[in-house]
Design a protein around this ligand. Structure first.
Ligand SMILES: O=C(O)CCC(=O)C(=O)O
Ligand SMILES: [Fe+2]
Length: 304
């Protein structure tokens, strides 16, 4: 079976037409997985899965991670992350990540064994604001000079969740935006810090099925390049960021309710614009250990 598709932009992204995520059989699943293998960003519109259907579908790709940063998993089901600026009746935020800009980043890269697939279900989404942009790091890698490729091919970047000291000049210029965290107390901050020790990963990943290479790094989390002093490490990450974050590799998504976006953090960076906090925004996300037989993953030896 093959779904009809149409490109979201010249740079990246594919809309999959005629698929209903709540009734996907094995054949339809394989067709979607094949599309995601080829294309780092997929969109399904007008979806309306129950939590269980969303989780069942996500599970088909692999084990779902329980996110341990500052974001809030659903208390009813920790495999489901709520992303929202809404408050419940008792005055608590119902989800994580608020309404502010989220600078260019890669989900979960600060973990020792990062789950690299994010599936994001926009339930209640404002238009034209709070847009999410994606940057194609496979295309960026292909377009690199041989000189920069040879440097980055062997490089490993060290990441730390919520760091106040990002390595790149790009992030140092916008330090006030580094990463907002809704942390209530010093104890909570320490707990998160203890749960998220530094993690180091190869900066170039390769898909075993088609040899496609992509850059794996996160501007806001990178604190050092392994084996390099601060100056050398900064020169490398600056060159990689300058080359990668360019309009020609970026697609910006304007959300509609019912959109489900699949993004592969092994092949994409993403960024979210700020939005007015009076506009309700509510989404659910799963974060998946994609299987290393079909996808490039950061730590295939640790694959579950
Ligand atoms: O709210 C968004 O559009 C994206 C949030 C985000 O960065 C994430 O869920 O990983
Ligand atoms: Fe993210």
């Amino acid at each position: 079976m093959a779904f009809k598709t149409r490109p979201l932009s010249d740079n990246l992204g594919l809309e999959v037409l005629g698929a209903d995520l709540s009734i996907i059989d094995d054949e339809a699943f394989e067709a979607i997985r094949n599309l995601w293998q080829q294309e780092p960003l997929l969109l399904l519109r007008r979806q309306n899965p129950t939590d269980q259907e969303f989780l069942d579908f996500s599970h088909r790709f692999g084990k779902i991670d329980v996110v341990i940063g500052g974001s809030q998993p659903s208390a009813r089901n920790p495999e489901l992350l709520y992303i929202s600026n809404l408050f419940s009746g008792d005055g608590n935020l119902i989800g994580g990540l608020g309404n502010h800009e989220l600078v260019w980043h890669t989900d979960q890269i600060y973990r020792q064994n990062p789950a690299s697939g994010s599936i994001f279900y926009g339930v209640e989404m404002p238009h034209e604001v709070g847009r999410t942009s994606f940057c194609n790091t496979a295309a960026a890698y292909d377009a690199m000079s041989e000189d920069l490729k040879s440097k980055v091919d062997t490089a490993r970047a060290t990441c730390k969740y919520g760091t106040p000291a990002p390595l790149s000049s790009f992030m140092r210029k916008q330090k006030n935006k580094t990463w907002h965290r809704y942390i209530e107390s010093d104890k909570e901050a320490k707990d998160i810090d203890d749960r998220t020790p530094e993690a180091t990963h190869d900066m170039v990943l390769e898909n075993p099925t088609n040899g496609q290479r992509s850059l794996y790094f996160s501007p806001n989390h990178t604190v050092a390049i392994e084996g390099m002093d601060e100056e050398g490490g900064r020169a490398l990450i600056d060159a990689v960021i300058d080359h990668t974050i360019q309009d020609k590799f970026i697609y910006t998504h304007d959300w509609r309710n019912g959109d489900i976006l699949f993004w592969d953090n092994a092949r994409l960076l993403h960024h979210r614009d700020a939005f007015d906090n009076d506009l309700p925004r509510f989404a659910k996300r799963t974060t998946i250990f994609l299987d290393p037989e079909h996808f490039a993953v950061p730590e295939p030896k640790l694959a579950l």
